[in-house]
Design a protein around this ligand. Structure first.
Ligand code: UN1
Length: 494
């Protein structure tokens, strides 16, 4: 469905097994490193397209739910192979459209393939349970069935991996899907839908609609929707959750984080410095799991902050598709402005700037949406919005702690509880951290970001709403149980 003009790709929407122009207004995505360069353009999907997609998902629902799980899995496995084959090219497109580095872009396409492979094989694993009954001649079975039509709303920062970890389980467990990706990164969404089309996904099982936020609202308000999975900002997640709750639709919403790295006095500082850098600055800090707070033990703070500053200053920031680059731009001008204003506010509230903070002045970077890797040390007390609010950019806020217990308290000083990274070589302190830190994901001696398809992913406190993602949690969200009391059809003899 796509034709490449000079550089820009023409976008269409995938509905009922074919590619259509949208019924909405014109839009385009741009390269955030060189915003004058259009990556893809087309017409947005509109409300009529949502209805068309939902009707096609309803029409396909029975057939897909009754397709043997092994056959559904085979489509996912073929998708994985197509993603692997195209990882070099699509990873480059991802870097061009989203701004993460080439290595991260290509790695992300391969990660999507890995997720499809995991769920592609899940039909061959257990599909329920069998229990004994307190009554003679009876067994109790717990079977699983799909929810039906599931809406999927995904953010810009992982244009193919986050869609993969929603679409793959939704489809593996027999749901049909209507998917709305972030309109800032439509091209990779198109690539993923093309891969599934080529893998033989039956018509109507997946629809892709590209458009602005209100499309997500139209989805959640559609009478045929049976479930919704969302990843994105806290504000949008809460409003979709409220709308879904009002209609009795189950929702899974993965939202904000203000994730801390805690470096205790006994930590291996080289290891910690390397991992904190990755956590804070990879993908320009645009991960819900990124490290945006650092809590460092008093005794090692000066030494550690010097190590960190030197490393941050050695990062190569620039063109994402250049192999030497460590960090690219942020997604758009709005994000750049809001991150810069968060930095200014922190300085006005008494933070001291360890490195970064200022806009780039060279021609190449000042025309793109670049933000310098920034480290801010905060005063011991007082108001500091940067300690609480997610900036979603390459900004690390630092506080010092006088003891491990004080460090854990500081880490918990957040309405969010997605992930944390704890650096220590002391097993007792690691165990204490496991007990004390209120997070959904804890990394001991590794960076705060990262996820694997076979284990639960998601936060506690206000980071998430509804069931977590991945592993067993995905099965629990994307299917429901039917408890079957099973007896034979004849009078019980003995
Ligand atoms: C990761 O840490 O590699 O939106 C993945 C996000 C998360 C995914 C993080 N849902 O950043």
């Amino acid at each position: 469905m796509t034709t490449t003009t000079s550089t820009a790709v023409e976008l269409q929407h995938f509905i009922a097994g074919t590619w259509h122009d949208g019924s909405g207004s014109a839009f385009s995505s741009v390269n955030p490193a060189r915003p004058s360069e259009t990556v893809a353009h087309g017409l947005q999907a509109g409300a009529a397209d949502v209805d068309h997609a939902m009707r096609s998902a309803v029409a396909a629902k029975h057939g897909w739910a009754h397709t043997p799980p092994h056959e559904r899995g085979a489509v996912l496995l073929r998708t994985a192979a197509i993603l692997e084959e195209h990882a070099p090219a699509w990873g480059r497109e991802l870097a061009r459209e989203e701004g993460k580095t080439l290595a991260e872009g290509q790695g992300e396409v391969l990660r999507a393939a890995q997720i499809f492979r995991y769920y592609g094989n899940d039909g061959d694993r257990e599909a329920g349970g069998i229990y004994s009954s307190p009554r003679r001649g009876e067994k109790i079975l717990v079977t699983r069935k799909p929810l039906g039509v599931v809406g999927v709303v995904t953010p810009f920062n992982f244009p193919i991996a986050i869609p993969a970890w929603k679409l793959a389980p939704a489809l593996a467990y027999g749901n049909t899907v209507v998917w709305k990706p972030a309109s800032t990164v439509p091209l990779l969404a198109v690539r993923l839908a093309q891969a599934m089309e080529q893998a033989g996904l039956p018509s109507g099982v997946l629809s892709l609609l590209i458009g602005p936020g209100p499309l997500g609202t139209a989805l959640v308000e559609h009478a045929a929707l049976d479930g919704l999975s969302f990843t994105g900002s806290t504000g949008v997640g809460r409003s979709l959750a409220a709308a879904a709750a009002g209609r009795g639709v189950p929702i899974q919403a993965e939202m904000g984080g203000k994730n801390a790295a805690i470096v205790l006095a006994d930590a291996d500082l080289e290891l910690a410095a390397e991992q904190v850098m990755l956590g804070a600055f990879r993908s320009s800090g645009q991960k819900c799991t990124a490290t945006s707070r650092l809590i460092v033990a008093d005794g090692v703070a000066d030494e550690f902050l010097t190590m960190l500053r030197d490393r941050a200053e050695a990062l190569v920031v620039g063109e994402p598709t250049d192999h030497a680059t460590h960090m690219g731009p942020v997604i758009n001008g709005g994000a750049q402005a809001s991150i810069q204003s968060g930095i200014h506010r922190a300085l006005a509230q008494g933070a001291s700037l360890l490195t970064g903070g200022l806009p780039y002045t060279d021609t190449a970077r000042s025309t793109g949406y670049f933000v310098a890797p920034t480290i801010l040390e905060l005063p011991a007390s007082g108001q500091a919005d940067v300690w609480r609010e997610e900036l979603f950019g390459p900004v690390l806020a630092v506080r010092r702690a006088s003891s491990a217990a004080a460090a854990f308290d500081l880490a918990n000083d957040s309405e969010f509880g997605l992930s944390a990274a704890l650096f220590t070589q002391d097993l007792t302190l690691a165990l204490e951290g496991m007990e004390e830190l209120d997070v959904g994901i804890l990394h001991v001696n590794s960076e705060s970001a990262g996820a694997d398809p076979h284990v639960p992913f998601g936060g506690v406190k206000k980071s998430g709403y509804g069931p977590k993602e991945q592993g067993q949690s995905a099965k629990e969200f994307y299917s429901h149980t039917t408890t079957v009391y099973l007896r034979g059809g004849q009078a019980h003899r003995g």
